[in-house]
Write a protein that binds this ligand. Structure first.
Ligand SMILES: C[S@@+](CC[C@H](N)C(=O)[O-])C[C@H]1O[C@@H](n2cnc3c(N)ncnc32)[C@H](O)[C@@H]1O
Length: 388
């Protein structure tokens, strides 16, 4: 595909996504229908689409309309590309610019436009992040780093790096966590590398790894990952400690890959359905990695930023509170209740913990920490509460 044909494909995909299609589904469907597209074309189109979604609002302003075409015109303008060389109408290139498109005169962008945030979120970012609000919004306009977690249960970091290098993957340790590796080269080879298939590494953001490092886990303790999903957190804990591992999710099918991942990692994890929990002895630590806005990860799933609403925030707050109260009942006397989100919003983080501690006698907040959206990690929050 020519660079211009990739732009046209991205325009069509963005139109599908703006009409409501899920991003990954739209990309997979396009790749299936487009046998002519090689792996470099697919990667380039994916990059165009993701970057356009991260900066959807500012690019639409620069391009003169909130359509796939307007957004891609804005993206190319922002990158300083000569639009005439792309919008030629030749072959599979987009049609030439109309006089309106050529002449789009740009008024200065307002706050929400230049920060690529919906207006309703601006005050929430300001309250939650204070002086870091703008920096955080701007960081969410950039591509996320590719981070791996070294499974120290299998071997030491330097050996993991050598194993990755055998498969042409260059990575380097990142100080955000002792298990964190930043991938510098070869990210597309990770899923087929022997380091990955043999359980020496998992894809995991740096902040999640750092948060797991804050947990104190005594040998032999009973640990429950209450919102386990694919098991990222329980596997990260098990990479560092010897304990008895349990995983639960309200939607057990979300845990379907966990047994295979655990086997690869050399760990044994007992899966529990909600009905099994009552018959279980209590746990020394229950981690609630709750469903959240994902606002700390919007550079990875940028469409979520535009689909998020005040009603959805309320719904999530209620769910988070409900999960905290239910999980608290599973913690042994003297045990720890851990709560985490990949959100940057106070409403889902400190606010949620303050409400829980205020409403629930017998619990004290021992520790809270936020990680900013950075070059090594997504926005992340962890709180530890203990029974008093
Ligand atoms: C943020 S994801 C977990 C990600 C996972 N811990 C990881 O690191 O890969 C939140 C999970 O909570 C689950 N969930 C939603 N409501 C729940 C509830 N009431 N009780 C327990 N889990 C719930 C969702 O199905 C989802 O898998």
């Amino acid at each position: 595909m020519t660079p211009a044909a990739r732009v046209q494909a991205s325009i069509d995909l963005l139109d599908d996504i703006l009409a409501g299609s899920a991003v990954e589904k739209a990309l997979t469907g396009w790749a299936r229908r487009s046998r002519f597209a090689g792996s470099k074309d697919r990667a380039a189109v994916r990059d165009h689409v993701f970057q356009a979604l991260r900066c959807r609002r500012s690019y639409a302003c620069l391009g003169g309309s909130e359509t796939g075409r307007g957004i891609m015109i804005g993206a190319l303008r922002a990158a300083g590309t000569d639009l005439g060389s792309v919008f030629t109408g030749e072959g599979y290139a987009p049609a030439p610019l109309t006089p309106d498109e050529t002449g789009t005169v740009q008024a200065p962008l307002n706050g929400g436009q230049s920060l690529d945030l919906p207006d309703w979120l601006l005050p929430l970012f300001n309250v939650s992040l204070g002086g870091n609000a703008e920096q955080t919004a701007l960081a969410l306009r950039e591509r996320a780093p590719v981070m791996l977690r070294a499974n120290l249960r299998k071997t030491a970091v330097d050996q993991v790096l050598s194993k990755l290098a055998e498969d042409g993957i260059v990575a380097e340790p990142d100080p955000i966590a002792k298990t964190a590796l930043r991938v510098v080269e070869g990210e597309r080879r990770i899923a087929s590398s022997s380091a990955y298939l043999d359980g020496f590494v998992e894809l995991q953001d740096g902040s999640s790894q750092a948060a797991v490092e804050t947990l104190t886990i005594p040998a032999g303790a009973r640990i429950l990952d209450y919102c386990a999903g694919g098991g990222g957190k329980v596997l990260a804990m098990a990479g560092l400690h010897e304990a008895r591992w349990f995983a639960h999710d309200a939607l057990p099918q979300r845990m379907k890959d966990l047994p295979e991942r655990a086997t690869r990692a050399g760990v044994s994890v007992t899966l529990l359905e909600t009905a099994d929990l009552e018959a279980q002895d209590s746990f020394d630590l229950v981690l609630c990695d709750v469903p959240c806005s994902g606002s700390g990860t919007w550079r990875r799933s940028p469409d979520a930023k535009w689909r998020f609403t005040p009603d959805r925030l309320k719904e999530l707050q209620n769910l988070q509170s409900d999960i905290l109260h239910k999980a608290a009942g599973l913690v042994a006397s003297g045990g720890v209740l851990a709560y985490s989100t990949c959100s940057v919003l106070i409403e889902e983080n400190e606010g949620q913990i303050a409400d829980f501690a205020g409403q629930t006698p017998g619990w004290a907040v021992r520790y809270q920490k936020r990680w900013p959206v950075s070059e090594a990690g997504d926005g992340f929050f962890v709180a530890l509460l203990s029974r008093v």
